[in-house]
Structures are given as C-alpha cells and as structure tokens.
Design a protein around this ligand. Structure first.
Ligand SMILES: CC(C)(COP(=O)(O)OP(=O)(O)OC[C@H]1O[C@@H](n2cnc3c(N)ncnc32)[C@H](O)[C@@H]1OP(=O)(O)O)[C@@H](O)C(=O)NCCC(=O)NCCS
Length: 152
C-alpha cells in the first residue's frame, strides 16, 4: 500500500504508541526525539508509521526508530519508510546513514539489507546495559545490537 510520508511539525503530538513498538523505553525515546527529526506515514488521515533521524557525528545520521502500526505491517510500509529515510539523509547532505537492531530482529535484518544497508559491527550487551527489563522478540532475548551502515 502507498502512504504519504512527511516531517512531523513541532506543534503536532509525537506518535508515542508507534515509537514504543520499536523501542520499549519511553525514557530513551523522549531523549532522542528532542534531538532528532520525526517523520510520519499517513493514510486516510491516520498516522500508521514513523521514523526518526538523529544526527550523531559530523556527516553521519542514524535511523533510530522505525515502526508501523501492527494492523498495517507486512504491506510494504516499513520499506517505504526506510527508503524515504535514506533519501532524506542523502538530500540533507549526510555521507553515511546508520541503523541498529537487536540480535532477534530477523525481519529487520532483511528489511535493512533490502534498502541498501550492510552489517558493520555488533555492540555486545547493548540492550542489557541500556534497558532495565529483559526484552524478548521472535523467542530470543534481545541482548546485542547489530549495527548497519550505508554510504550515501
Ligand atoms: C520492522 C517493521 C518496521 C517493518 O515494517 P513492515 O511494514 O511490516 O515491513 P514491509 O512490509 O515493508 O516489509 C519489509 C521487507 O522485509 C522483508 N522481510 C520481513 N521479514 C522477513 C524475513 N523474516 N525474511 C525475509 N524477508 C523479510 C519483507 O519481505 C519486505 O521485503 P519485500 O518488500 O522485498 O518483500 C515493522 O514490522 C514494525 O513496526 N515492527 C515493530 C517495531 C520494530 O521492531 N521496529 C524496528 C526497530 S529496529
């Protein structure tokens, strides 16, 4: 399905429920949402997807949160969001875009590689260090962050 993707205006509410699908820590989400740019995907006036671009180092931006409403998953919206994020980073003049996902993110591994990312490293124990509660996905405990990157 085709969606409209646009930058969220500063006066609009942040789609926190969607953001929490990708990152269960409201504390961390609130922290990076203020430093980054939030984009939303809409269909028929409803917000069904989100992503956040966060400048991290000179010339580098990180895709820190991408999420699609559960009832719209598996319809190509996530791929449109990631492709949009890559194009947006390129348009803004960044040299590199990065993204990280948990060791359990089997679907995300496919999605990011289909959008041109390559695996670069593993941040061991990232989720054990930064999240108070254990997180599970696909029957696996989320412990390590797999880092992906793409030259623009
Ligand atoms: C991850 C997420 C954003 C993907 O969005 P989506 O709209 O469901 O994804 P899409 O329908 O665009 O599919 C993405 C692509 O990955 C592929 N894919 C997904 N799971 C796959 C798997 N296990 N093996 C192979 N390919 C897979 C799909 O086939 C599709 O590629 P295609 O278009 O070439 O067929 C969505 O599932 C979500 O919001 N999950 C919860 C939040 C989350 O975990 N976010 C990521 C944080 S790192």
């Amino acid at each position: 399905m085709t969606v409209q993707i646009r930058l969220l205006d500063h006066h609009e509410p942040v789609p926190m429920e969607l953001l929490l699908l990708a990152d269960p820590s409201e504390r961390l989400v609130t922290n990076y949402i203020d430093r980054g740019r939030c984009y939303i995907a809409e269909t028929l006036g409803a917000v069904i997807g989100v992503y956040v671009l966060l400048p991290t180092r000179p010339d580098t931006v990180e895709l820190v949160n991408v999420a699609v409403d559960e009832s719209y998953q598996g319809k190509g919206v996530g791929k449109q969001l990631v492709q949009h994020a890559v194009q947006e980073a390129r348009n803004q003049g960044y040299a590199t875009i990065e993204v990280g996902t948990g060791n359990s993110g089997l679907g995300q591994f496919a999605l990011y590689q289909k959008c041109g990312f390559r695996m670069v490293s593993i941040d061991r124990d990232f989720f054990l260090r930064h999240y108070e509660e254990p997180i599970y996905e696909n029957g696996l405990q989320v412990m390590d962050m797999v880092r992906f990157s793409q030259d623009l």
